[in-house]
Design a protein around this ligand. Sequence first.
Ligand code: NDP
Length: 463
Amino acid sequence: MGSYDYDLFVIGGGSGGVRAARISAGLGKRVAIAEEFRFGGTCVIRGCVPKKLYVYASQFPEHFADAAGYGWTVPEARFDWQTLVANKDKEIARLEGLYRKGVEGSGGQVFQSRATLVDAHTIRIEAEDRTVTADQIMIATGGRPNPHLALPGHEHCIFSNEAFDLPELPGAIMIAGGGYIAVEFANIFHGLGVETTLVYRGREILSRFDMDLRRGLHETMEKKDIRILCHTVGEAVDRRDDGRLDVHLSNGERLVVDQAMLALGRIPNTENLGLGEAGVETGKMGEIVVDDFSRTNIENIWAIGDVTNRVQLTPVAIHEAMCFVETAFKNNPTRPDHDTIATAVFSQPEIGTVGLSEDEASTRFEEIDIYRAAFRPMRNILAGRDERMMMKLVVDRATDRVLGAHVLGPDAGEMAQLLGIAVKARLGKQDFDRTMALHPTAAEELVTMYKPSHSIRNGERVG
Ligand code: NDP
């Protein structure tokens, strides 16, 4: 080990890479990390963090409207996009500094450079035009938006990266996709006053979620005047003489918009990394193939986070980093646990979910009971807001185990984090029943649903 410059070299300074570098350095390992763009990666720089800030920004018009029912007179509100972008930039710069400081404070060395593999133990630091060697190498280069090169006029489109920093707020936008990013941005732009059309190829948005959540969110978004076109794709995008865009849709319609945004999934960042030179195997999508411990086919090279295309979520990359440290440096082989991950869609209303959907559970279990409550949350009543909240538990009749918990409504993400503990711990419906309600909250519905709304036996709905 002593013959290498470093015990660990990490390529990629996002959530996973920084965590692996910081914790390993804290153990006294000689660690370096290289990042070609900004420390913090997708989550901090152009993902979860700025997204959540923009979600907050986009919620204010509803708060202002709701205030009247509570006796407030709010003067006409005005929104300034540039202020939001500038304040977001300040916060991102602060977090970026913390990420970098975290590694340096633990004794790691930081390279502001692209780094590529020369062989299984040698890394080229491009900005310094030199090579260094490392015993262990971690690749955590993340992913990027699917560019959808097959779409004529794709060069006129933006992705979530650019959406955060547009020079001005568009008057109208078309967003293609029906996943997390498309749905979240549709709600953000709509909330900020942009005429928004969501174009999705499937029959219902958010294909990986419970159908009640999907339908409930779809209906509410449409009530707010977000246009959602399912079974539709963009076929071409043209730049008009006035600078706006014509988006030609498969349903024959032509949308005239100021921006067209593609949110059609993300692909791993593995090009020109020297993976071939080091002999690292990649899969069909370009992802780095790893075993259960995040080790590639090359003994001393590891990969975590989005570049492995397992579960593209920040906490997952961080967890994989922690498991890597246990395995590689603490003589405690630890597999990342990807089972039952709570997740949220920061739409308006929010989705929070953990475990199996009704459809998934009904194909895997002989008999399931569905407990479902739909109601108007208290805070909407004086506000005069006709928006309902939905909560749902999917329960295995044979064992009483709660297989899935799904919430649509205010703070659903916060609830899903806590429900995640109960579902992960394989608690039963009886455990929910014997938990005292906390009144008055919306979440109390989760422990007061005594009768199934329906059951499913051998895939067929009964009762
Ligand atoms: P998603 O996988 O969530 O959604 C991709 C969407 O694009 C799907 O609706 C998919 O349709 C559609 N699509 C894919 N290819 C095509 C195509 N060729 N033509 C038309 N439609 C297509 O990806 P996102 O880009 O929204 O987000 C990437 C990842 O980032 C997510 O999977 C998630 O893990 C993470 N993320 C998490 C967030 C959170 O935790 N709140 C927020 C944002 C991102 P179909 O469903 O039919 O396949």
